[in-house]
Structures are given as structure tokens and as C-alpha cells.
Design a protein around this ligand. Sequence first.
Ligand code: NCN
Ligand code: DMD
Length: 338
Amino acid sequence: MTMPFASLSEFRSILSRLPAPDAGALAAAGARNGQLTKPPGALGRLEDLAIWVAGWQGVEKPRCDRPQVVIFAGNHGVVAQGVSAFPAEVTVQMVANFTHGGAAINQLSRAFGAEMAVHALELDRPTVDFTTGPAMREDEVVAALAVGWNAVDPSADLLVTGEMGIGNTTAAAALAAALFGGDAGSWVGRGTGVDDAGLQRKADAVARGLALHGGVLGDPLEVLRCLGGRELAAMAGAIARARVERVPVVLDGFICTASAAVLEKAVPGALDHCVAGHVSAEGGHARLLAALGKTPLLNLGLRLGEGSGAALALGVVKGAVACLSGMATFAEAGVSGG
Ligand SMILES: O=C(O)c1ccc[n+]([C@@H]2O[C@H](COP(=O)([O-])O)[C@@H](O)[C@H]2O)c1
Ligand SMILES: Cc1cc2nc[nH]c2cc1C
């Protein structure tokens, strides 16, 4: 594997020089949108969405013909605290299911014409339980960031990042609490379906993690290392690479958004190339999106992960770019303006 960065400090330096969208393409797409055969604004949010895609793709007429879905899987030491309704072996079993085409994300990727890839990150070596020590060493978090970075196809016209990892809603809640403050209990949710006692164990684990790693809370990449997980770091690496390649990203649920939030906290504006695909039913996701200033495209009560909500939102993005790129102007169609 090529290593695009050898340390967190090298990754940090990449984040300090991220590209902006193409101003010319933004202006051209905005002007084109104003001439299309519809009352101004009648396509609602689809109009801004398509212009936003145009800006990142650097073209007047954006496309969503070659979307890429990448799923990262990891295991979590914090599962020992009794924080999930399912056993840790489900992670590797679901990776096999992804590989054989049997998971929800396989069907949704196919339905929306996306290339799908799965990357399992050292599933037989879970992260350290963050209530007892840092989840990862620096070389481990850097390696996970690099898996994500290298997984991105720079020729894709859109990217969805998804995850699979028993216990990862607890890691995501710990990241959210560390990055945005507030009670541990206010960020945890039921994940795969824990009962009230499980919910309390999650809150306790997050509170203990925050207390143990209090010294790093001001440094988002250290927060990722100490409280996150390999699949969360890989998603952050993929989202950063997409920005460097100017590939727009559709964010998925709570875990994906918590990973992305690390980048935004490290460099404000680092998620300008990302749209929130959906708001998941996981307690804390709506609040996390609000803290990031992102309005979700869909609200369907999903709480699956795997990139499923983001893959569904690909349909909305496809519709938006199809209209901007394919509609006739008033002049072309000979339709009278208002
Ligand atoms: O994406 C979400 O918002 C989401 C909400 C709840 C659960 N999940 C999925 O469920 C798993 C984590 O749940 P848990 O209870 O083991 O922490 C992990 O594989 C996620 O993909 C995902
Ligand atoms: C079966 C199952 C499928 C999943 N997909 C994403 N997270 C998951 C968690 C479980 C338990």
C-alpha cells in the first residue's frame, strides 16, 4: 500500500491546504440554472444541490453516472463494556455478506448504479477499549486513514462512505462528545438496539473515555486516535482524499458524520464538499448534523449504517444533476419567460 502520509502531522498538513470549488463552474452552473424551463426556484433544494456538485466537479453540467460506495469495517475493544446488542463477530460475518452481495448496501448500490468496495481493517485485532487506554497508536490511526485515502477512485463523480463495526455507535458518540462537548448521555443512542441498561453502559463508557483522554480533547486528530476506531479513521481519510480530488461526498449516518466531524473540527470548511445524505434514527445524529450546519436530504428513520442512507440519497443527487445538465433553456425550448 502506498502511504500518502507517514504521521498525523503530515495528514494535518494536507488538511491545511485543501482545494476550493471551481468558481467559474459555480457561476456557469448558476447562470444555466436560471435559464432552465421552470419557474425560478421551482426545483427547490435540487437546484442548489446540482450547482454545488457542478462547483466541485469543475463543470457547468455535472454528472452522477459513476458514483462510488466504499464501506470500511472495524472492531472495537469497547464492546467489552456491553455496549452493543450484537456480538463482535457480526462485523466479520457482515463483511462476508457484503462480499457475497447479500447486504442492504449491495442492493442500494446496484439500484443507484454505484461501484461498491469493502475494506476490512484488521478485524481480528480490535482497537483498545478506550475506557482503558487510547484506542489506537499513532501508526495504527495513520494506517487506517491511509486505507481510506487509497480506497477513493479519483475518477468517480461522487463518493459515499459507509461503515460496519459492532460497537461503533459508542465510539462515534465519544467522538461527538469530545468534539462538541455536552454530556456523554446526550450523545449515545440505541445503536443496534440496546435496552435501557445497555444505553446506560454506553453513557458510562463514553464518560469514562472522555475523563481518561481529557488531555487530548482540544486536538481533533488525537480525539480520533484515542476514542475512534479504524473504520472511522478510514472514512475520515477517504473524505479528505475526495476533497483533494474535488469529488463531492454524500455522508451517511451517525458514525460516518462523527468521523467527518473530526476533519471539520481540525480545519473549518473541510466538509464543504460533503452533503448530509440522511438523518439517522440514532440519538445524536440530528444534533451532530446541526452542529456541522448540514441539513439532511432524507429522513426515513434508517439506523443501519453501511452507507445505506447516503446511497439512497444518491437518487436525489442523480435527479438534481440530471435536471441541471439535461433540461432545455427557455430559449432552446421556445417557452415564454415569466
Ligand atoms: O448509521 C447510523 O446512524 C447507525 C445507527 C445505528 C447502528 N448502525 C450500525 O450498527 C452498528 C453499530 O451499532 P452498535 O449498537 O454495535 O454500536 C454498526 O455496524 C453501524 O453500521 C448505524
Ligand atoms: C446484522 C447487522 C447488519 C449491520 N449493518 C450495519 N450494521 C449492522 C449491524 C448488524 C447487527
